[in-house]
Design a protein. Structure first.
Length: 163
């Protein structure tokens, strides 16, 4: 072996080790080639103010954001309730909260990590399924009913029609 061959081998080993280490780290962290390729892909969320399911999703997104900010979110959460809930349901919700010592919109004492809204399809009003995901992957499923005038009049584990 000549000194130039030895020099080439010693410079290739660190490069191979670095590449191998980076690949193993990417796999261990779940950053395979698929995830890396899509990591830069733009996401989009769409909706329209005339769509009740969009309104319900907007309400839950904004409400969870407000509840996640204990220093500044209290006023916003109250304003969101005033804007999105019917007055009679807001009173019912306050009574439920007093009885259950929990947030009536979330049906919990804490704030979920994720949420998902799914249209349940009803004829005379909008009914949507809400899936709240908590730490550890535990979920809560709620049903939210909204008038044609875009006001929430019911939140529960069953729809308003099955109460």
């Amino acid at each position: 072996m000549t000194s130039s061959t030895t020099a080439r081998r010693s410079t290739r080993r660190p490069v191979r080790r670095t590449a191998l280490t980076a690949s193993l780290l990417a796999v261990a962290l779940g950053l395979g080639a698929t995830a890396q390729a899509s990591a830069g892909a733009p996401r989009s969320v769409s909706g329209k103010p005339s769509d009740s399911v969009t309104r319900i999703a907007d309400f839950y997104g904004a409400y969870i954001d407000a509840q996640s900010d204990p220093d500044h979110g209290g006023n916003l959460a109250r304003e969101l309730r005033t804007y999105y809930l019917t007055a009679s349901f807001a009173r019912q919700l306050k009574a439920w909260e007093a009885d259950n010592h929990a947030d009536g919109v979330l049906r919990a004492q804490n704030v979920p990590l994720k949420w998902k809204v799914t249209d349940n399809g009803t004829a005379d009003h909008t009914e949507a399924g809400i899936t709240l995901t908590w730490g550890g992957g535990r979920t809560t499923k709620l049903v939210v009913d909204m008038t044609r005038g875009h006001r929430i009049f019911h939140i529960g584990t069953k729809g308003a029609e099955s109460r």
